[in-house]
Design a protein around this ligand. Structure first.
Ligand code: FAD
Length: 378
């Protein structure tokens, strides 16, 4: 039984569910084993308009709002978290900020191909010495008459290999802190841009996690997104939207683990697990309500900073909990290599880290609740 969405199902949810069941789920174990999402599947995501959901049709997107986007991400993640994360990153932290902050020329040249799914997008903020504390980034840019020159290293960047366009953050001078940071649109074929390595992970295998090196990457003036010094605002805005997407992905993996758990109990393999199913159902429903609330506020044009953090914090924690109980209920079968329960738990375990760790969500919420004069929406 599905802990049903609190509002009426969207057309996008039904489409995403049928697509995910027919074309993603059969590949999920292989994606995990080979650590690769096939190019053909990425093309199918584009053909089915999932790489443009939530983005305006006038800009090349597939239309729909935040509620549709979270429905799609949840359904994709229910089949394969790696596939869902590729879509979430592409939509929320690359295409959406380019369409929100871009000039008419940038929207046409970079936003439209992204929204149409002709290229995959990525987001490069984290560095070897700067994760949670984004103001510490050390990738430098220099401005001259022809444009910008970027030098530095980005760490743990999702979709680093398959991306055609990346949103990259660099500083004019690290001593300026957040005021020195600017956002740049970097085509992956820019000379000097290189994928230095790809990391093997515990979970979310198939989602490429990479180290990127920028060595004298030259960009024309028109590749600056927003004004100089506005980069952190671009990044934080993108990450707020991104958190809702990642929360939806976590929800999808939690739902899949729950489905497995129900099967174990129903078939009598774990009839001692009835109360675990009941508890998991309640937690999953609560997490879904938070994700939907954040998406609803976004669709209504209201601030959703707190809701995004609460949804991400709770959904990723619930995913880890339910994933872990799923392994328990699956018994010895759950510990076998390739077992669905094990894969779902491993995938779930990564969600508390990406797009701002649990501790960072706690900091955002605590500041907003305890010092509301500094911003936020308590
Ligand atoms: C699978 C995966 C995909 C990723 N994809 C991307 C991507 O596409 N683009 C991108 O830019 N980044 C990406 N990241 C990076 C991710 O956003 C960072 O790992 C995360 O923000 C944490 O940064 P860090 O790794 O430097 O850890 P740190 O910031 O060093 O944190 C280490 C630990 O300390 C805690 N901590 C840090 N500061 C505080 C504080 N002030 N108070 C309390 N606790 C604190 C953290 O919560 C964490 O538990 C990805 C990471 C992973 C694992």
């Amino acid at each position: 039984m599905d802990p049903l969405p609190t509002s009426e199902p969207s057309r996008w949810r039904e489409r995403a569910r049928s697509f995910a069941e027919a074309e993603v789920l059969p590949l999920a174990a292989e994606i995990d084993r080979t650590d690769r999402v096939p190019d053909a599947l990425i093309r199918r995501l584009a053909e089915e308009s999932f790489l443009g959901v939530g983005l305006p049709e006038s800009a090349g997107g597939s239309g729909g709002g935040a509620r549709d986007t979270v429905a799609v991400l949840e359904e994709l993640s229910r089949a394969s978290s790696a596939v869902a994360v590729l879509v979430a990153v592409h939509l929320s932290v690359c295409a959406a900020p380019i369409l929100a902050w871009g000039t008419a020329g940038q929207k046409e040249r970079f936003g439209r191909p992204l929204a149409r799914g002709e290229v995959v997008g990525a987001f490069g903020l984290t560095e070897p010495g700067a994760g949670s504390d984004t103001a510490r980034i050390a990738t430098r840019y220099v401005r001259d008459a022809e444009g910008f020159r970027l030098n530095g290293t980005k760490m743990f960047i999702s979709s680093g290999v398959c991306a055609g366009v990346l949103l990259i953050f660099a500083t004019r001078d690290p001593a300026l802190g957040h005021r020195g940071i600017s956002a740049f649109i970097v085509p992956a074929n820019a000379p000097g841009f290189e994928v230095a390595q790809r990391f093997e992970k515990l979970g979310l295998r198939g989602s490429e996690t990479t180290e990127l090196v920028l060595q004298d990457v030259r960009l024309p003036l028109e590749n600056l997104l927003g004004d100089e010094g506005e980069g952190l605002r671009v990044a934080l805005g993108a990450l707020t939207g991104g958190r809702v997407g990642i929360a939806a992905c976590a929800l999808g993996v939690a739902q899949a683990a729950f489905d497995e758990m129900v099967l174990s109990v129903r078939t009598g393999r774990a009839d001692w697990g009835r109360s675990t199913v009941a508890r998991s159902y309640a937690e999953l429903s609560a997490a879904r309500a938070l994700v939907e609330k954040a998406a609803e506020r976004k669709d209504a044009g209201l601030s959703f900073v707190n809701e995004a953090s609460a949804a991400k914090l709770v959904a990723s924690r619930v995913a880890v909990e339910i994933g872990s109980r799923g392994v328990e209920l699956a018994g010895p079968q759950g510990s076998r290599a390739g077992a669905a329960a094990g894969r779902l738990w491993r995938d779930a375990r990564v969600y508390p880290i990406v797009e701002g760790t649990t501790e960072i969500q706690e900091l955002i919420l605590a500041r907003s609740i305890l010092e509301p004069e500094d911003g936020g929406n308590p």
